[in-house]
Write a protein that binds this ligand. Structure first.
Ligand code: G1P
Length: 294
């Protein structure tokens, strides 16, 4: 039995400019775009809450203040809902809210890459293992992706990275891991490469945006050189950490929606809408009509 420290903190890098969604993201952060009736970032926070996360560290940038407001109590709004007897709406606002004092916000001052964004959270995370969740990706399954990872981490310790499988011609868009010995629910990672050039990926197991990392990653990131896209990459830092620590992959078999892309965002809206009994009949009928004309 491996002794592991509880994963209490989650880092959510939300500093990206969202250029792929302009003009929508000119004044609204991409993390606040809605899938059905919740902002993308809320799905990710709920996944983390389900996995037992107690503290949320948002690495923000300019024009992201509304994310901070979203995870705060809106006193006037709640008073109005209470007066009007809107108990269901009130309850949904209460349920999504992290506890008082359970959020921290720090800024990535320059867009130097994901690794740099993670490094900006080092003082708030401190010397303990933590979860990293990239809010572009939302995961749909009966058990949350991070919950499954925490379970695997409880058995194997070290560092755990969630992976999905992609078409080989898509591998150049992601971090890719090499597959070693099988584990219950995953496998040992033998290598990692960020955005391998077409035709060079060691496998089709792509990093889907969920990680459990040991704090040693921060020391490495302090000295990390720029990698793919001339940015400081978390994958490169993990590769270095893997010289001294174990890395395991958690196989995520559910659906992954890349809400950083227009296609993924639209599909996420359709998938989550079809999950909702109140709107499913109309949406399903409307979709059938549209598809018959496509
Ligand atoms: C980042 C990571 C990459 C991972 C991807 C998942 O890339 O660097 O390893 O596969 O997220 O979305 P980005 O999408 O920021 O280019």
């Amino acid at each position: 039995m491996t002794m592991t420290r509880k994963i209490r903190k989650a880092v959510l890098p939300v500093a990206g400019l969202g250029t792929r969604f302009l003009p929508a993201t000119k004044a609204v952060p991409k993390e606040m775009l809605t899938v059905v009736d919740k902002p993308v970032v809320q799905y990710v926070v709920e996944e983390a809450m389900e996995a037992g996360i107690e503290h949320f560290v948002f690495v923000t940038g300019r024009n992201k203040g509304v994310i901070e407001d979203h995870f705060d109590i809106q006193v006037e709004l709640e008073a109005t809902l209470r007066e009007r007897g809107k108990t269901a709406e009130l309850k949904s606002l209460e349920e999504m809210l992290p506890a008082a004092g359970a959020t921290s916000f720090t800024r990535q001052q320059e867009p130097l890459g994901l690794g740099h964004a993670v490094w900006c959270a080092r003082d708030i995370v401190g010397d303990e293992p933590f979860a990293l969740l990239l809010p572009d990706m939302i995961m749909r399954d009966s058990i949350g992706c991070l919950s499954g990872m925490v379970e695997l981490y409880g058995k194997v310790g070290g560092n755990v990275v969630a992976v999905g499988e992609c078409e080989p011609d898509q591998a150049h868009k992601y971090g890719i891991v090499g597959k070693g010995e099988d584990l219950d629910g995953g496998f040992r990672i033998t290598e990692m490469v960020e955005k391998p050039p077409m035709g060079t990926a060691p496998s089709n197991h792509f990093i889907n945006g969920r990680y459990i990392l040991q704090p040693g990653i921060f020391d490495i990131l302090t000295h990390q050189e720029r990698g793919a896209g001339n940015e400081i990459q978390v994958t490169d830092a993990m590769l270095k950490l893997a010289e001294t620590q174990a890395f395991s992959a958690y196989r995520f078999d559910g659906e992954t929606y890349d809400c950083g892309s227009k296609e993924g965002f639209i599909l996420a809206n359709v998938a989550y809408a079809l999950d909702r009994a109140d709107i499913k009949p109309l949406v399903a009928n409307g979709l059938k009509g549209l598809l018959s004309r496509a």
